[in-house]
Design a protein around this ligand. Structure first.
Ligand code: NAD
Ligand code: IPM
Ligand code: MN
Length: 367
């Protein structure tokens, strides 16, 4: 049997720094458990632009289509802000999502007990939190036409279009219901059906799909009220399904329930491939963090947990995924903290690679 294949795209800013720690964990699986991955690495985002004048080459795009899973660090940075929209680093990531048709973006927000006091919300509100945001990822206002900046009279107009077809809503709703069935059997759908036609259709289709899942308790919320409820009492939720833009905002909000944006992993899944596993890209929810890039300060846990999601969803290695997640939990319980998890505390933070050391040591201890 051939080894599972993994394409690694470290990207920009802290992307390569956090990905270096994931590579050590991948090596650990090979050395200690004999689980070997066929790993290749390539450029994406600003790094690809610098080398090739495009944030994603066709060759990298083809490779991403062939492998069992893609793991991406982060893209973007101030150096590239001046570039034309069509070659900005973020376009590389958006092209991967669109051409691989990764319509279901799973963003779990879990509050590890050791971090419950670190969230900006009270311990009671976040302790034990375990929710899953399912963000539609290939449509909506991110991709709708018409778009652009046009001249109108004596001024310019910026245009983006929110657009959802029934089938696009249907497939992401199915993915969310399926997840809810495996979790707490509760699904809350968020849109703004009070002001947007796309929200009206969204609510209608999700309700229709819900008829096939009588065991899942379905509720609907306007996304603004949803944001409020996520900070008021997030434990009322199990799975949340929402559109591309609302999902982007709500998942950054959910990050702060867990203590840091440096903690949140994600899986972007598409239709099943010939081997029955979904087409998939895994990436931390955070970006390239230009303010701390190159300083060895970044928290690698979001990227490490993204690899754990790859083990679970792409490689059918649920036990090994749990091994990684438990190692992270252990490291946090033992008090290991990168700077983002210390706030105003006077303690010296761990560097990115020291956090990697701690996770490897916890993995060793798990054998
Ligand atoms: P960001 O997520 O990069 O950073 C927001 C804040 O969180 C910063 O203060 C940063 O230091 C901190 N942070 C983020 N990840 C961290 C980690 N692992 N450890 C410690 N601290 C961490 O968001 P931004 O500053 O709004 O965006 C910067 C660039 O990243 C932009 O170009 C943006 O487009 C891009 N971006 C990329 C992705 C992605 O590649 N998936 C996601 C979000 C933003
Ligand atoms: C994310 C990011 C991306 C998005 C950007 C970098 C294109 O914010 O993955 O959350 O807006 O989807
Ligand atoms: Mn985002």
């Amino acid at each position: 049997m051939t080894n599972p294949s993994l394409l690694i795209l470290p990207g920009d800013g802290i992307g390569p720094e956090v990905m270096a720690e994931v590579r050590r964990i991948i090596d650990w699986f090979g050395d200690r458990l004999g689980l070997t991955f066929d790993v290749s690495e390539d450029l994406v985002g600003g790094a690809a632009y610098d080398a090739h004048g495009t944030p994603l080459t066709d060759a990298t795009m083809s490779r991403a289509q062939e492998v069992d899973a893609v793991l991406l660090g982060a893209v973007g940075g101030p150096k590239y802000d001046v570039l034309d929209f069509s070659v900005k680093p973020e376009r590389g990531l958006l092209r991967l999502r669109k051409e691989m048709d990764l319509f279901a973006n799973l963003r779990p927000a879990q509050c590890f007990d050791a971090l419950a006091d670190f969230s900006s919300l009270k311990r009671d509100v976040v302790a034990g939190l375990d929710i899953m945001i399912v963000r539609e990822l290939t449509s909506g206002v991110y991709f709708g036409e018409p778009r652009g900046i046009i001249e109108e009279g004596n001024e310019r107009v910026g245009i983006n279009t929110q657009r959802y077809t029934e089938s696009e809503i249907d497939r992401v709703a199915c993915a969310a219901f399926e997840l809810a069935m495996k979790r707490g059997r509760k699904l809350c759908s968020m849109e703004k059906a009070n002001v947007m036609e796309s929200g009206v259709l969204w609510r209608e289709v999700v309700t229709r799909v819900g008829a096939d899942y009588p065991d899942v308790e379905l509720s609907h919320m306007y996304a603004d009220a949803g944001a409020m409820q996520l900070t008021r009492w997030p434990k009322q939720f199990d799975v949340i399904v929402t559109d591309n833009l609302f999902g982007d905002l709500l998942s950054d909000l959910a990050a702060m329930l867990t203590g840091s944006l440096g903690m949140l992993p994600s899986a972007s899944l598409g239709a099943p491939m010939a081997n029955g596993r979904p087409k998939a890209l895994y990436e931390p929810v955070h970006g390239s963090a230009p303010d701390i890039a190159g300083q060895g300060k970044a928290n690698p846990i979001a990227c490490i947990l993204s690899f754990a999601m790859a083990l679970r969803y792409s490689f059918d290695m649920g036990d090994e995924a749990t091994r990684v997640e438990k190692a992270v939990e252990r490291v946090l319980a033992d008090g290991h903290r990168t700077a983002d998890l210390l706030g105003e505390e006077g303690r010296a933070p761990l560097s990115t690679s020291e956090m990697g050391d701690a996770v490897i040591a916890a993995l060793d201890a798990s054998l």
